[in-house]
Design a protein around this ligand. Structure first.
Ligand SMILES: *[C@@H]1O[C@H](CO)[C@@H](O)[C@H](O)[C@H]1NC(C)=O
Ligand SMILES: *[C@@H]1O[C@H](CO)[C@@H](O)[C@H](O)[C@H]1NC(C)=O
Ligand SMILES: *[C@@H]1O[C@H](CO)[C@@H](O)[C@H](O)[C@H]1NC(C)=O
Length: 306
């Protein structure tokens, strides 16, 4: 027997940054925080203070005053605006922004800097923009998008999407109805589709590390979003343009912008038998190296081992 995996999402809405590279810079000004809710303190000197913020994922600004030398660290959401001062103030701030593509650009004023930033991990995302009006810098942050543990956040064209793989170690595998129910019960979620090839790649790589060292079943597949439309279940309906190829399936994943990543496995779809076979659901087969395409299968298919 085989097992099937369930893809899950929880809805969200937004872009991506390669997390391993630090694409940020610190913009240095004379200034002080004006409106803020909280900061943390450290006895680091000014240079270490700046580099601490540069390294710290959620830090967006630091402040230092030479009359009272301490490193004040502001995280995203904790500071709303700051005031630019003159050099005699002895107060300095460094604000983290995304580097512009031109690396020779080292302006320390708002002109010539991106004046925006992002905090991006595998499973979360938040961005902020800084607007400057006379001597006030105002920081506005987006909501924080986060996914459940072990899920991955995909930045889809139509919005943010959390995708997870639930491994069902049941000797009988899991059918589509139970998969759907599990998503709903555990995550208040639905079966996910694939909006792009990298999303499929992520699932395949997960299968390779989790299943393929010791595959317990002959076939492995993930249930994915898609159910054959009611109007496409009889051969006398298949001439309808709405029933052609992938159009025959209803997709309820709300951030799917395209079905291009749904690539049929060889000889698929093959399950349309006047509603008799009820092959009305979609799954994505995976093999030891790669994805093996999409297949239409019945709701209650458990993949009996041959
Ligand atoms: C301020 O930050 C400190 C240390 O980071 C924390 O213990 C405290 O709860 C925070 N206070 C508020 C009001 O957020
Ligand atoms: C910041 O600006 C970018 C680009 O204009 C925009 O997409 C994003 O929604 C803005 N974020 C906030 C928090 O206003
Ligand atoms: C199509 O076939 C089904 C099952 O044989 C039948 O119930 C239905 O009336 C047919 N529809 C049309 C438009 O012929």
């Amino acid at each position: 027997m085989t097992l099937a995996y369930t893809l899950v999402f929880t809805g969200l809405s937004l872009i991506s940054l390669v997390h391993s590279e630090n694409l940020n810079k610190m913009v240095l000004i004379h200034g002080e925080p004006r409106t803020f809710t909280n900061y943390s303190m450290s006895s680091l000197n000014w240079n270490s203070c700046m580099s601490y913020c540069y390294q710290m994922l959620t830090c967006i600004a630091v402040h230092y005053y030479d009359q009272n030398p301490e490193c004040q660290i502001f995280e995203i959401g904790k500071i709303n605006d700051l005031k630019q001062l003159d050099a005699y103030s002895g107060k300095i701030m460094a604000v983290k922004v995304l580097m512009l593509s031109d690396p020779t650009q080292c302006s320390s004023t708002s002109d010539g800097n991106s004046m925006r930033g992002e905090i991006s991990t595998e499973s979360s995302y938040q961005n902020y923009n800084i607007t400057v009006d006379q001597d006030i810098w105002t920081i506005s942050a987006s909501p924080l998008y986060t996914c459940p543990d072990s899920f991955k956040l995909f930045h889809r064209v139509l919005g943010m999407w959390c995708m997870g793989v639930i491994l069902k170690q049941n000797p009988n595998g899991i059918n589509q109805i139970d998969s759907t129910q599990l998503c709903a019960d555990k995550y208040n979620a639905i079966l996910s589709g694939f909006d792009s090839t990298p999303e499929k790649r992520w699932v395949v790589d997960l299968a390779n590390t989790v299943i393929y060292p010791n595959p317990p079943y002959k076939f492995n597949a993930y249930w994915v979003n898609g159910i054959r439309k009611d109007i496409c279940r009889y051969s006398n309906q298949t001439q309808n343009p709405e029933c052609q190829d992938k159009n025959a399936f209803d997709i309820t994943d709300p951030t799917m912008s395209t079905l291009n990543a749904y690539v049929w496995a060889p000889y698929q779809p093959d399950g349309m038998q006047n509603n008799l076979g009820t092959s009305n659901c979609l799954l994505f087969r995976v093999g030891p190296q790669d994805g093996a395409g999409v297949d239409d299968r019945p709701y209650v298919d458990f993949f009996q081992k041959l």
